[in-house]
Design a protein around this ligand. Structure first.
Ligand code: G4P
Length: 548
């Protein structure tokens, strides 16, 4: 259970209290909301599955998504996912562990969908960084790490695949420190590597843990524990223990001590070792995670920091998705509760427009299943049916309206002109394109007058256009063709009152406007952008749309 000493908030016992303020504070104290950042194939899906196994949310690993052969098709779009073997949807998983309520916001691993991941990171309190023990820090991890660092999201590291030959724990720690520039503090330490990896030293408890394998890692693994100096009960032979003691004392001599404030600021990352495939170390990670990860923290708005304990309900729309379930054909807005308490049937104000919205239906999602929720607390994610009024980055409020800060749009680097192949399907085409733009799957660009007739679209990754074409065909019955445009780089212009006529753009470059009317410069490539910047040092370009 969450202890009062740990976070200064009432313990879970008081959650049953009849005092609604105490109850709300206790509910907040036990919430842990997080996302996983990883390079594709580092083991994010496998770790997610094993976390669900250890939290009792699934009885056997392999039951949820995970293994490619067992994935159940949820829609045609998911079929595309299966065919390509990539994960393009972000689902929120909610489950309990050891008295804590965990909300895991899934983050697509494929780099072409990193925009979705960046946005989801607006809604988490902690990031779990999964690193492959053999490959170390890889390119996509660096990108996602930078986003977390920029937003000061604390990071807990899980070094996965310790069962693979060639994994070197010290090298991974050095890699984290050198490449990412933060201190890596091992909370536990592996005993053996590759096929010999079968235990951990719990550095806090000063104990050793030995694992016994189970078939396919489908169930929890049996463990034996003993104090480091309890030779009589030690599950490892003395020669292994001598080696382990040497390694651990080396760490103690060389390492920086763990400091919670530095971790919360993102300057230190606690590190756990394990293998999601064999389940070794997953339980130890989970136990450490719930204690280290912070509960929902205050969030910056246009009216200053808003504490989660603030009684007024506020929520942040961080993802919108149409046709999540083909049987419903609705648009779902995913809302992270930031303060107060959400109740079903509540009426809220959309801060951007001042419009009132009643929320009769709200649900949580577990894989493809929807569960109706009657109440939700800060840290929780709810899916609400979006009647077309909500946009990415919107704040909804039960009381006085306010607007949370966040970054929602990222500079597009691929551009197409989209055409409707069958003019009799123009209505469906326009509706589909409008909804996909609303989801943020692609950005609509114009050179003055907005046109949905043959829209110019920008995206961060090429695959996003494939998804758009696929979804227009399968969900809106509109076949399309695309013409690639010869730009590889889009940047927003931060310079106030930028007057394009005063500048000479490199050949092959042009200015376009996003949906908010903000100007973007489109360049043929990096080189042409650098050339322009060298010639015009007064111009400031940005990868992010200026903050909402
Ligand atoms: P991702 O979501 O980060 O992309 O990774 P995912 O979990 O899908 O894992 C990628 C591959 O790595 C999978 O193998 C998975 O079984 C394997 N893997 C995950 N964790 C571990 C681990 O701790 N140790 C080892 N040795 N392998 C691990 P695959 O062959 O691509 O898929 P499958 O046939 O196993 O489904």
């Amino acid at each position: 259970n969450v202890s009062p000493e740990q976070d200064g908030l009432p313990s879970i016992e008081t959650a049953t209290s009849s005092d609604p303020v105490k109850q709300r504070r206790a509910e907040i104290a036990r919430r842990r909301s997080f996302g996983i950042i990883a390079h594709p194939d580092a083991g994010k899906t496998t770790l997610t599955e094993k976390i669900l196994l250890y939290s009792g949310r699934i009885e056997e690993a392999g039951a949820v998504r995970g293994r490619k052969t067992q994935r159940a098709a949820r829609s045609d779009w998911m079929k595309m996912e299966q065919e390509r073997g990539i994960s393009v949807t972000a689902t929120c998983l909610c489950f309990d562990y050891d008295g804590y309520r965990l909300n895991l916001l899934d983050t697509p691993g494929h780099q072409d969908f990193s925009e979705d991941t960046y946005r989801t990171l607006n809604a988490v309190d902690t990031a779990v960084m999964v690193v492959d023990a053999v490959n170390g820090i890889e390119s996509q991890t660096i990108k996602l790490f930078k986003i977390c660092a920029e937003r000061k999201i604390p990071i807990i590291t899980f070094v996965n695949k310790m069962d693979r030959p060639g994994g070197d724990p010290l090298r991974v720690l050095t890699d984290i420190e050198n490449v990412l520039g933060i201190d890596a503090i091992p909370v536990n330490w592996p005993i053996g590597t590759g096929r010999d990896f079968n235990g951990l030293v719990d550095r806090l408890a000063n104990e050793v843990i030995k694992f016994s394998p189970v078939l396919r890692g489908a169930h929890e693994v049996p463990v034996e524990r003993a104090a480091m100096d309890d030779a009589a009960n030690c599950p490892f032979p003395p020669e292994i223990m001598d080696h382990v003691r040497d390694e651990v004392s080396l760490l103690e001599g060389a390492g920086v001590p763990f400091q919670n404030e530095l971790f919360l600021k993102g300057n230190q990352t606690p590190v756990f070792f394990g293998s999601a495939l064999t389940n070794f170390g997953v339980e130890q990670f989970l136990q450490g995670f719930v204690r280290l990860a912070p509960p929902p923290s205050p969030r910056m708005s246009d009216q200053g920091l808003i504490d989660p304990t603030n009684p007024n309900f506020t929520g942040l729309v961080f993802k919108i998705q149409a046709n999540l379930d083909p049987r419903h054909h609705d648009r779902v807005a995913f809302v992270r509760v930031c303060s107060g308490r959400f109740e079903r049937d509540m009426e809220v104000t959309i801060s951007r427009t001042g419009e009132r919205l009643r929320i009769p239906r709200s649900h949580q999602l577990f894989a493809a299943e929807r569960e109706t929720v009657d109440e939700a607390y800060p840290g929780d994610v709810i899916g609400i049916v979006n009647p077309g009024k909500l946009r990415l980055g919107d704040t909804i409020c039960g009381g006085k309206p306010l607007q949370y800060r966040g970054r929602w749009e990222y500079a597009p680097e691929r551009f197409v002109r989209l055409r409707c192949a069958d003019t009799s399907k123009r209505k469906q085409f326009t509706r589909g394109v409008t909804q996909l733009i609303e989801e943020g799957a692609v950005q609509l660009l114009s050179d003055g007058g907005t046109t949905l007739h043959e829209p110019t679209l920008g995206a961060v990754g090429e695959l996003q256009f494939d998804v758009v074409q696929f979804r227009l065909a399968s969900e809106y019955n509109a076949q399309t063709t695309v013409d690639r445009l010869p730009f590889q780089m889009g940047r927003w212009i931060e310079t106030p009152n930028f007057d394009v006529d005063k500048y000479t753009l490199p050949s092959g470059s042009r200015v376009m406007y996003d949906q908010t009317g903000a100007p973007l410069l489109l360049f043929a490539d990096d080189w042409s952008m650098d050339y322009f910047l060298r010639r015009h040092p007064d111009v400031k370009l940005s990868e992010h749309r200026p903050e909402v």
